[in-house]
Design a protein around this ligand. Structure first.
Ligand code: ZN
Length: 394
């Protein structure tokens, strides 16, 4: 009876809603008022046990000082008054800025406010997270949700939808029509950059400012990109950051950080010709740095147009990117682990061969060895020096 009831519930769910993954036959209990009240006791006990077992799971565990509860209450009252964003020194700041950074970080982590204890952001708190989400909901969208804009604006939007390049004038237009928060524009952009949603363009007085939204870029790696690889005289092997579970936005956050003033990289071509949906080229001290994402990894390769690849520079590039990756992955829930390794032979970073990954720790200190990724099929020898020469930290 229980399973047939459960099946009937499944049939009632809207198709393609994915709701069924949230319910389970094992957590299906009957309650009610049978004629014989003693029958009621058992199902309720089972239900209580189930609720307790979920509530007692270790992942919910956190020690929170009881006085912190009042902070949530105070944020709730501000929301009811229509407050969206609070800056240090402005009205309401005493209610929002606590002396305890841990308290504010905790409320950021559970999604009540947006707060980052970083140089550019620590004096601004987004009190209304939904208001912040709405700001970009109308920007990062698909064609079906964009029909409301006038036809003559479509050229800029079509360009944005293809390349991720967002003209500031288009952003202003979208926000003026759909969103009441544009007076806080610069603060919103700053936050969006921190979250990896977009890289802010520099301010210009004559309206040529352009932002970059990596998730909107739909360009595939093309012949121009391949030609770049063919035209260089020197290249490193491909270093791979292989994730157990790879949230794709890590790649977007890395790209946004590399474009922003936060990191000392320049994009290879200002017009964005070498920015693709899953690959981006940068310049650093005369070296071309190519960052690519696969479904499970972020991969880096360094190229040099002449035969002047500098080992010190490649190691600097590695350190800069790894520092940033560490920050990005550590701020995600309880950390997201990855393993550092290489493609086991000379390949291009856009090849995306997933079966050629060898861990760095398996290679270091072994001059020559059988490739651990190809022990049975396609077996071959690898030399430590060939693979880690440019990347090996001194
Ligand atoms: Zn191999």
């Amino acid at each position: 009876m229980k399973s047939s009831f459960f099946q009937r519930i499944l049939v009632l769910l809207p198709p393609d809603s994915n709701l069924e993954r949230h319910i389970s036959n094992e957590r299906c209990f009957f309650t009610g008022f049978p004629k014989n009240l003693s029958l009621l006791i058992e199902p309720l006990t089972e239900l209580e046990k189930c609720i307790c077992s979920i509530a007692l799971r270790a992942k919910w565990e956190a020690n929170i000082p009881t006085e912190w509860v009042w902070y949530g209450d105070s944020i709730c009252r501000l929301l009811n008054q229509g407050v969206k964003i609070v800056k240090r020194g402005e009205s309401y700041h005493q209610k929002v800025f606590s002396e305890s950074v841990d308290l504010m970080k905790f409320y950021n982590d559970i999604g009540v406010i947006l707060f980052f204890n970083e140089r550019l952001l620590r004096d601004i708190v987004i009190v209304d997270v939904q208001w912040f989400v709405n700001a970009f909901k109308y920007v990062i969208t698909d064609q079906n949700h964009f029909l409301w804009l006038r036809m003559h604006d479509n050229h800029d939007w079509m360009y944005f939808n293809q390349t991720g390049y967002l003209k500031d004038s288009l952003l202003n237009d979208i926000w003026k029509r759909r969103y009441s928060g544009h007076k806080h524009k610069e603060d919103l952009l700053l936050y969006a950059e921190q979250l990896g949603l977009l890289a802010r363009g520099e301010s210009h007085c004559r309206g040529s400012r352009v932002h970059y939204v990596p998730s909107m870029n739909k360009r595939s790696f093309d012949s121009k990109g391949k030609h770049l690889f063919e035209s260089v005289q020197n290249r490193t092997t491909v270093i791979v950051y292989q994730f157990e579970f790879f949230p794709y936005f890590f790649y977007f956050r890395l790209i946004v950080a590399m474009i922003s003033a936060e990191m000392p990289f320049n994009i290879l071509d200002e017009a964005g010709d070498y920015l693709y949906k899953d690959l981006a080229c940068f310049l650093y001290k005369g070296h071309i740095v190519v960052v690519a994402a696969t479904t499970t990894s972020i991969q880096i390769q360094v190229l040099h147009r002449k035969n002047e690849m500098q080992r010190d520079t490649v190691i600097e590039i590695r350190n800069l990117i790894e520092e940033r990756l560490k920050e990005i992955t550590e701020t995600f829930q309880r950390g997201c682990r990855y393993t550092v390794g290489y493609q086991c032979s000379y390949q291009e970073v856009y090849s995306y061969l997933s079966d050629c990954f060898v861990q760095e720790q398996d290679i270091l200190g072994k001059a020559t060895m059988s490739c651990p990724a190809h022990l049975s099929q396609n077996s071959h020898q690898i030399r430590e020096e060939d693979i880690v020469h440019f990347w090996k930290k001194l």
